[in-house]
Design a protein around this ligand. Structure first.
Ligand code: PLP
Length: 383
């Protein structure tokens, strides 16, 4: 038989999904593996979806999304992100943030182009690159997980097409400060590059930090593809809705790719998203406070146990080093699952520089976090 796709064959099955599969059906396992908030999707969003189905909204949706939804996303982007845009030209509704990323890759890259990624970083960036024939230039983050600006500059070649950023970040919990963002923006402008800005965790920022969307900065709208989703803000990962924001030229290409590959997104679910966007954003304050308490608790416990760990500034992940305990992230993850029934993701899946790290998601209720930390302590003491 002839060879099947070598690009897709090269990608391993999602290690996070495998972990998720191992944990399901086992009542003793505490999962710190999944990037999914634990609060309920707002009832209004669910009703919006149900009502649309009851009205027989079951046919294809407009390719770029339902106009009312696009208008509400525009309003949110103007008010919250300070991005000046027009919903008719600059937004496309996608199947989650994941497909917004796919569209970003489809619309700007040609095979052989180079993309700069600060590592560790979100897994999909590596595999989207592989699928689209994009060469990844991985740049090791600084010790505190901030981007290494000098190394980024040094990794630019005449083939570099774009830099991807994700702030707040999965898996490190890092968030760019204004100075770091400014330095990245300068690199983009000075080298005539595109910036893919994955902002799915924009609301999960602690210590009074504020999110800045690079597309709102001078000279950046035409160069930036902003990726966002309903998933994390509304705890609605299963709705599979997100959006990409870009110049008309890029959105027009995305529309074509979208039309011929997925023919749109779930029509009725978009009415759920519409209702979610009408909710007063203050609904999130209490949720953020709860995530902040978990962040502080997990960080303090990990320090107490003896981990070298950076305090996260955003998202709901923390990435301690396992080096001190002379064990790789992969062995740690496998062994703790076997011995203490805690699901933790090994750092190695997030790039080349996190072999001796693990990623913990603290999007889990406090009681479970407390028990998980006790189990981690027992495990570490047994090493
Ligand atoms: C950084 C980052 N970007 C994008 C996504 C994809 O989001 P969605 O579930 O909306 O496809 C995730 C999901 O975990 C993520 O962590």
């Amino acid at each position: 038989m002839k060879e099947i796709s070598y690009r897709v064959s090269k990608a391993p099955k999602s290690a996070i999904r495998e972990l998720f599969d191992l944990a399901t059906g086992r009542s003793d396992v505490i999962s710190l593996g999944i990037g999914q908030p634990d609060f309920k999707t707002p009832e209004l969003a669910i009703q919006g979806n149900i009502n649309a189905l009851k009205k027989n909204i079951t046919m294809y949706a407009p390719t770029k999304g339902v106009p009312e939804l696009l208008e509400l996303i525009e309003k949110k982007l103007r008010n919250f992100n300070k991005i000046n845009l027009n919903w008719r030209e600059n937004i496309i509704v996608t199947n989650g943030g994941s497909q917004a990323l796919t569209l970003a890759f489809a619309s700007i890259f040609n095979p052989g182009d180079e993309l700069i990624i600060s590592s560790p970083n979100f897994v999909s960036y590596f595999y989207c690159s592989l699928f689209f024939g994009v060469k990844v230039k991985e740049v090791k983050r600084n010790k505190d997980f901030s981007p290494d600006i000098e190394r980024i500059k040094n990794s630019i070649t005449d083939k570099t097409k774009a830099i991807i950023i994700n702030s707040p970040n999965n898996p490190t919990g890092a968030a760019l400060n204004p100075k770091q963002l400014k330095e990245i923006v300068e690199i983009i402008i000075d080298n005539d590059l595109y910036l893919i800005s994955d902002e799915v965790y924009e609301n999960y920022l602690y210590d009074e930090l504020k999110h800045t969307s690079p597309a709102s900065l001078n000279g950046m709208f035409e160069r930036t593809i902003t990726v966002n989703a309903m998933s994390k803000l509304f705890s609605a990962t299963g709705f599979r809705l997100g959006y990409a924001v870009a110049s008309k030229k890029i959105i027009d290409l995305m529309e074509k790719f979208h039309q011929y590959t997925v023919a749109g997104t779930n029509h009725a679910a978009q009415y759920g998203f519409i209702e979610a966007l009408k909710i007063d954003p203050k609904f999130f304050h209490e949720i953020l406070e709860s995530f902040d308490n978990r962040r502080i608790f997990v960080y303090n416990r990990l320090k107490e146990i003896g981990f070298d760990v950076i305090k996260p500034l955003g998202a709901f992940y923390i990435m301690p080093s396992t080096e001190k305990f002379k064990i790789s992230g992969e062995s740690f993850s496998k062994d703790i699952m076997k011995k203490q029934a805690v699901a933790i993701v090994p750092g190695s899946i997030f790039g080349s520089f996190s072999e001796n790290m693990i990623r913990i998601s603290y999007a889990t209720e406090m009681e479970k976090l407390e028990e998980a930390m006790n189990r981690i302590e027992k495990f570490v003491n047994s090493l």
